[in-house]
Design a protein around this ligand. Structure first.
Ligand code: GRF
Length: 196
């Protein structure tokens, strides 16, 4: 699922093509007519554009669920899907939804994490792949990658450096899951990522 340029989607697709990932992308879902959808079409991958206009978060979730369920996905990969998902969506696909966030979570959740990192004065930032739960950017962490924050960094230059790491770690996280090296487990406190 994506909303924008689709560079993470493209990196995952490249890793399927080169054999790193034994996976198949059965469909790309977007809430926007965007570059990511065009990449999918060029690669003969099915696309679904679901316009959220005029719909409540709950009704949009129903539309997403109704369109995605027939595919019986093993994984739902959020790759720059810029919309908060309703609990009903997360509950329907619990343990199967992954997200990537361009910060070292739990730091700098939400919007503009690279700007938040610069303003906080941290010297290291990065990206996190995690299972999605009902709390924003808070699900069990699968993998993180770190980069230096430079003295003269702008949010854009830091975002570019982090993006290179994103392109590596998202496929690694997916590989861990495919190979059952990490599993989503429900616990009395909520959930966790269980590593082998
Ligand atoms: C990435 O920085 C990702 O971490 C964030 O949205 C951006 C998507 O970029 N969630 P792209 O569309 O994959 O190029």
């Amino acid at each position: 699922m994506l909303s924008g340029r689709g560079s993470n989607f493209k990196a995952i697709l490249d890793n399927i093509k080169n054999g790193f990932l034994k996976a198949q992308i059965v469909c790309v879902v977007s809430d926007k007519q965007c570059a990511g959808l065009e990449i999918a079409k060029q690669n003969n991958i099915q696309t679904i554009f679901l316009d959220p206009k005029g719909l409540t978060r709950k009704d949009y979730a129903k539309k997403l669920i109704d369109n995605i369920l027939p595919y019986e996905p093993d994984l739902i990969v959020l790759a720059g899907f810029m919309r908060i998902l309703d609990d009903s969506f997360v509950d329907t696909f619990e343990g199967k939804i992954l997200n990537i966030h361009p910060s070292l979570l739990p730091l700098f959740k939400g919007l503009h994490p690279q700007k938040q990192a610069i303003e906080a004065g941290v010297k290291i930032s990065g990206a996190t792949v995690h299972f999605v739960t009902n709390e924003l950017d808070s699900g069990p962490i699968i993998i993180q990658g770190a980069v230096s924050v430079h003295e003269n960094d702008t949010p854009e230059s830091l975002a570019d450096r982090i993006l290179k790491v994103e392109h590596k770690i998202y496929s690694m996280a997916i590989k861990f899951i495919i190979e059952s090296k990490v599993t989503y487990i429900k616990t009395p406190q909520g959930s966790k990522a269980q590593f082998k």
